[in-house]
Design a protein around this ligand. Structure first.
Ligand SMILES: NC(=O)c1ccc[n+]([C@@H]2O[C@H](COP(=O)([O-])OP(=O)(O)OC[C@H]3O[C@@H](n4cnc5c(N)ncnc54)[C@H](O)[C@@H]3O)[C@@H](O)[C@H]2O)c1
Ligand SMILES: O=C(O)C(=O)C[C@]1(C(=O)O)C=C[C@@H](O)C=C1
Length: 306
């Protein structure tokens, strides 16, 4: 593979930035990669493990002369970072991000950017419950989707270049409109995370009653919930606060269905339960047939492979 960008700057050096770095190195996709994180401890760790060719002490220094800048911070920190880097961006540079919510990022970042840069928001649909600079690995994005969310007037050449980068990183690339992205992700990612957080919280509340047996005998279903519920609290706080409407809409529908299932259990309506579970089983089979079951059962994602 050949170099797609001569200079890439990664702002925020956690799971996603470090995985991008290792994947870009694996594919020879970037000349030099600079990195910046807010905390000195994270920058020290990055230097120690060779994460980035050059770790900078300021965001301004990291983005200087970069032809691609990727914001890899929690959604709630995007605006502050955009304001910090804006005066230092090179002419013709592309600014992108990896935030899990898109409309809020567009509104937070867009107004700060000068007209001489291309802004192309993005969201790789891959992650783990781990965070921080040491949690990344090169194969995280292999055969996963990366959604690009071009804003009005996006330069096709800049879009094509960013597409080539993500393809080189291993992802399948698609484009989507921001609000649509946020609704789809509320169904496939955001609401499921909230449900997992709640289920694990309920189990914890019952700990005394069950004498810690929920932990000791935790079956596969509950274990999956605990993995998801171990995800980074800052990242997920920001996701729910910034994708409020879509998440509330999906949770409203979820609650209605839950009440219907609750009623079926109470009234002994086995036909309702059976029909419901038959429908949902078909969805799972559809995902597997489409070749998208890259998660089953773990695929070594919890093991760092550099
Ligand atoms: N973890 C996932 O599963 C996943 C998947 C896809 C997208 N995302 C998105 O990617 C982004 C990063 O997530 P992550 O999992 O890599 O998080 P992370 O917690 O592993 O890393 C975030 C990094 O940003 C730094 N940071 C925080 N605030 C900052 C600031 N104001 N200035 C500079 N640095 C700052 C932190 O110190 C940390 O190094 C988030 O927006 C998240 O929504 C996460
Ligand atoms: O597998 C996981 O740990 C994830 O939660 C990854 C996951 C997801 O919901 O699929 C989480 C948030 C993202 O924005 C993208 C991917």
């Amino acid at each position: 593979m050949s170099v797609v960008y001569n200079r890439v700057a990664l702002i925020g050096l956690g799971l996603i930035a470090s995985s991008m770095f290792w994947a870009m190195k694996r594919g020879g996709l970037a000349g030099e990669v600079t990195g910046y994180a807010r905390s000195a401890a994270t920058r020290d760790t990055a230097r120690r493990i060779g994460l980035c060719d050059r770790v900078c002490d300021t965001a301004a220094e990291a983005v200087k002369d970069a032809d691609l800048v990727v914001l890899c911070v929690p959604v709630g920190a995007m605006e502050q970072v955009a304001a910090e880097i804006a005066p230092h961006l090179a002419k013709g540079a592309t600014v992108s991000d990896v935030g899990s919510v898109k409309r809020a990022v567009i509104e937070a970042v867009g107004p700060h950017l000068p007209p001489h840069v291309h802004f192309i928001p993005a969201h790789p649909l891959a992650g783990t419950e781990h965070s921080g600079p040491e949690s990344g690995f090169a194969t995280l994005f292999d055969n996963r989707w990366c959604i690009l969310v071009p804003v009005e007037g996006t330069d096709p050449e800049a879009l094509d270049r960013l597409t080539r980068l993500w393809q080189g990183i291993g992802a399948n690339v698609d484009t989507m409109e921001a609000d649509h992205h946020d609704l789809v992700l509320a169904v496939t990612s955001h609401a499921p995370h909230l449900i997992a957080y709640t289920m694990v919280g309920v189990a914890d509340d019952l700990r005394r009653v069950t004498d810690s047996e929920v932990i000791k005998y935790s079956a596969a279903g509950f274990r999956d919930f605990t993995r998801i519920a171990a995800s980074d609290p800052t990242m997920w706080r920001d996701v729910f606060l910034t994708n409020k409407e879509a998440t509330l809409e999906i949770l409203g529908r979820f609650t209605e269905e839950l009440f219907a299932l609750q009623r079926a259990i109470r009234t002994g309506d086995g036909d309702h339960l059976h029909a419901y579970f038959t429908r949902t089983r078909a969805i799972r089979r559809g995902i597997i047939e489409a070749g998208q079951d890259t998660d089953a059962p773990d695929f070594g994602r919890t093991k760092a492979v550099r």
